[in-house]
Design a protein around this ligand. Structure first.
Ligand code: ZN
Length: 133
């Protein structure tokens, strides 16, 4: 698995975009709203991986809850897989707790599945597979 991106929860995407552009020396290359997750996202290239900034668009968003509980900061790490269905099966058999039964559509044209932090040393792990269509 390749580290695809690190997701960072932010309160304000606009100011965080400016800060990360300054930090990384390069502007974000896209923004995207994922209605189903109630988030606005932006992406920065960092070598062969990315940084994903996430801002809540509603109080029910997982990002809003994360910020309420823990403040801003690293929200998840995402690993790219070739066959998300096979990986989910494999990890389920190995005893990992998956947060969704089926892959769902995430940002950046990906199928995603999350692994419960309790299964992964308190880290929320995202598996993602590029959608090719
Ligand atoms: Zn992500």
């Amino acid at each position: 698995m390749k580290l695809e991106h690190i997701g960072i929860a932010v309160k304000n995407l606009e100011t965080a975009n400016d800060l990360y552009a300054l930090l990384l020396g390069e502007k974000h290359y896209k923004t995207e709203t994922v209605e189903s997750e109630q988030v606005n996202t932006s992406f920065f290239k960092t070598g062969s991986s990315k940084v994903e900034l996430l801002e809540a668009t509603g109080p029910e968003s997982a990002i809003a809850r994360h910020i309420e509980k823990r403040g801003e900061g690293i929200h998840h790490v995402a690993f790219e897989v070739k066959d998300i269905y096979a990986e989910m099966e494999r990890l389920k058999k190995a005893g990992f707790r998956l947060l969704n039964e089926k892959p769902k559509r995430g940002a950046d044209n990906k199928l995603v599945c999350f692994i419960h932090p309790k299964s992964a040393n308190s880290v929320l792990v995202e598996l993602c597979q590029q959608i090719t269509e």
